[in-house]
Design a binder for this molecule. Sequence first.
Ligand SMILES: Nc1ncnc2c1ncn2[C@@H]1O[C@H](COP(=O)(O)OP(=O)(O)O)[C@@H](O)[C@H]1O
Ligand SMILES: [Mg+2]
Length: 182
Amino acid sequence: MTKDKPSSRPSLAVFPGSFDPITNGHLDIVERGLHVFDRVRTAILINPEKKPLFSIDERVKLIRDTYADEPRVEIDTFSGLLVDYAEKVGATVIIRGIRAISDFEFEFQMALMNRRLNPAIETVFMMPAESYSYVSSRLVKEVFQLGGRVSDLVPPVVERRLCEVYGSPIPPDPASGSRGKP
Ligand SMILES: Nc1ncnc2c1ncn2[C@@H]1O[C@H](COP(=O)(O)OP(=O)(O)O)[C@@H](O)[C@H]1O
Ligand SMILES: [Mg+2]
């Protein structure tokens, strides 16, 4: 048996963001994206307005290292309109993650604006596992800076890089020699 019709499933989805740095919440969304689309392209917005912790090149490298064994995940940067970028690379879908209702209002506005700018590009919202619903790049940076553990919240390459940037967040405890899990 042969299928007459080629699949109309979009094969490339763009997942745009700051990824400063990429977290396990982002990874969760990428993984869900791979269940629906053939390829997911993480696209880092070059935004001169924001003051990031990691440079664009560093953020690209962290994502590249995280997905070294996954050819279906691509990494790129872009500036200007997201819909123009998506069209240029042949993507018909934009993926965004929705963690909570608080994300919704802004995301909804953006999705409708993007649709107005280019009706051929569809925005798809995906929800992470509940365990990542409170994770954000900003919170990860804050917690790490204050000495909290982030090992369950970011990929190992990111944790290593955070250690290099901030120094080790957990000083060795002279009494017990460690501050591992109880
Ligand atoms: N913990 C998470 N779970 C699900 N989606 C997330 C999580 N953290 C971020 N995202 C989503 O990833 C995308 C990129 O987020 P982010 O890197 O913060 O860039 P932006 O500056 O566009 O918000 C957004 O759609 C955001 O909602
Ligand atoms: Mg954000």
